[in-house]
Design a protein around this ligand. Structure first.
Ligand SMILES: C[S@@+](CC[C@H](N)C(=O)[O-])C[C@H]1O[C@@H](n2cnc3c(N)ncnc32)[C@H](O)[C@@H]1O
Length: 176
């Protein structure tokens, strides 16, 4: 979705990818964010719990998959079939509000290497109706800045910082 492009560029800027990075994206959807991430020269893994989205991400990044620079994995954020301490960083855009946050953050911390960084772009409480249609909005779990910071701290992340991007979005950066 073109509407997500500003979200992707804000998330990527905060992630500061280097060619040696090995990022994990959770909730990859159609695979546009990870396609942009791969432009840094890194290799990456993208996860989604939807088989359709996994297929779409693989199709939209067919060369990177063929060249072994991108793995696309069908899995839920709350139970990642991935080894411990594997990734140098992680990103989520437009998905955190769908997750069981304590379980997903604990699982994410497990697969991140010590010192790894995480960037989460999510929706702040009381968003404008244009952000999501009512049936979707009712399913979204939105958190105050303090509650969001506590979720990351309780999962063992350090240096948690919450930036507000306009009135609608929060950008969380933290370290493993
Ligand atoms: C709103 S879409 C966002 C997709 C993409 N990140 C973007 O911004 O365009 C949310 C994505 O997260 C996936 N998703 C939702 N809950 C998930 C979970 N518990 N574990 C893994 N993926 C999940 C959905 O299948 C969907 O592809």
């Amino acid at each position: 979705m073109k509407a997500h492009h500003k979200i992707f560029s804000d998330t990527l800027s905060a992630l500061e990818l280097q060619p040696a990075d090995n990022p994990l994206e959770i909730g990859c959807g159609a695979g546009t964010f990870v396609r942009w991430a791969l432009e840094s020269g890194c290799r990456a893994t993208a996860v989604d719990h939807s088989a359709d989205m996994v297929a779409l991400t693989a199709r939209n990044n067919a060369v990177a998959v063929r060249d072994g620079r991108l793995k696309v994995v069908e899995a839920t954020a709350e139970a990642l079939p991935l080894p411990d301490e594997q990734f140098t960083c992680a990103a989520m855009a437009n998905v955190f509000f769908f997750l069981d946050a304590p379980r997903a953050l604990t699982e994410l911390r497990r697969v991140l290497a010590p010192g790894a960084r995480i960037v989460v772009h999510t929706v702040a409480p009381n968003p404008p109706a244009s952000v999501a249609p009512p049936p979707v909005a009712r399913r979204m779990r939105l958190y105050s800045d303090d509650d969001l910071r506590a979720l990351f701290q309780n999962a063992g992340f350090t240096e948690s910082n919450i930036a507000r991007l306009g009135a609608t979005f929060q950008l969380v950066t933290a370290s493993r």
